[in-house]
Design a binder for this molecule. Sequence first.
Ligand code: GLY
Ligand code: MN
Ligand code: MN
Length: 497
Amino acid sequence: MSEQQRPQDETNAPVFRPRKNGQAQTVSDELAAWMATGWADTERRDLEPVEQAAHTARRRAAISAAFPGDRLVVPAGQLLTRSNDTEYPFRAATNYAYLTGDTSDGGCLVFTPDAGGGHEVVLYLKPRSNRDNGEFWLGGYGELWTGRRNSLSEAADLLGVATADVTTLDGALRSDHGVTTRIVRGHDAALDALVDELRADADEESRAKSAQLDEELSVTLADHRLVKDEWEITQLQLAVDATVRGFEDVARALPQAKDTSERYVEGTFFLRARVEGNDVGYGTIAASGANATTLHWTRNDGPVREGDLLLLDAGVETTTLYTADVTRTMPVSGTFTDVQRRVYDLVYAAQEAGIAAVAPGRPFMAFHEASQRVLAEGLIAWGLLEGPLERVLELGLQRRYTLHGTGHMLGMDVHDCAVSRQEAHLYGDLEPGMVLTVEPGLYFQPDDLTVPEELRGIGVRIEDDVLVTEDGSRVMSAALPRSSAEVEAWLAERLPR
Ligand code: GLY
Ligand code: MN
Ligand code: MN
């Protein structure tokens, strides 16, 4: 499918580039004039604000207060080319969506300092397509091709923020040279370049200062996002609940996966993610057999064999862009072998210890240390590592088999708030409202000569999403089985007999 092309003429017709399989066809003046008329007024005038509008207003006020006198530029991001004239599905930048509740492409939120010490906040958005010059139906990006957008006035009503046409943004940013500007960098190359141009940094030192201004904005936003408000926790629970259903779908689909490949597992989960949410929150890891020892196995093109363990690490992202991040490792046959169970039970014990260390006031790193201790103890007991335990932990020797950290913050990004201040996060204490994953694992590479042959090619991870509460923690993904016996019972109910 491709749109018709209208050649440039002396009128206000825009130039439209031919698309790969498009026939450049002339559009008659009669058709162009006809297409410009005869359309109903579809403007919606009584829209209520979306649920999160109250929350986004509070978040904008907090960011405004953190940067008095500075102009802040928070882009949504642009469509990215996948190949030729096709694009990747768009996903709005996290900080943009956090501050606006909007998920459309091409927009930008701008805080302009005002005389009263605060900011005027304006959301620049793509307006409705122009019908007079044919933009709405020619060119491939008009509303007739991509779907109706909210008008600027509708968006203002829905999101509870002033809106303006994004085509005026360049002029608005250029109109005030003197103000210190900070941009959330890396989402919109044209806006990054525009801010650089306006700064006109002449030397390395001033470029470094500008880079620091931008970094401080991103770090502050991540700090603000560390503790989730009640609405965000509801969204995360929706993401987790849909993810639980996706795992159940996969358990029921294991026979078809055995007939095909790991792709069947990925596709089964993806169906749930698209029907109940926006997308998956990250590339699904559907790793069967020895592929489970590859941490980011997203090729998912291997076989699913009877007797394998299937490691599924997957999360549904809600339409509001909050994601779950859950892993279960399940025996394809329905029953663990003795050696698989031994590995699984050690990882489970490590996860139990990790979850027990999640509580308000505890250091963030405590759950990681608790899990690693249990894994290292087990590896020493199995003769894979030589004690004493404290030496193993001090040198991190267990990491040959445990490979990754035991968890991370979770929210709109799967590895949420990664750029936040270390003293607020990695070396800080947990607070109620934080959500993190607890996900120990053991991975014995198929070619690792330091482990007995029976362990080679076994990879196990158990990952749950845990909310820090006022008096402890709550496992948000507790609806899925965790112990080996629970996993087997759960599979027995879902695998066809
Ligand atoms: N799914 C990526 C992770 O668990 O961190
Ligand atoms: Mn994770
Ligand atoms: Mn994960």
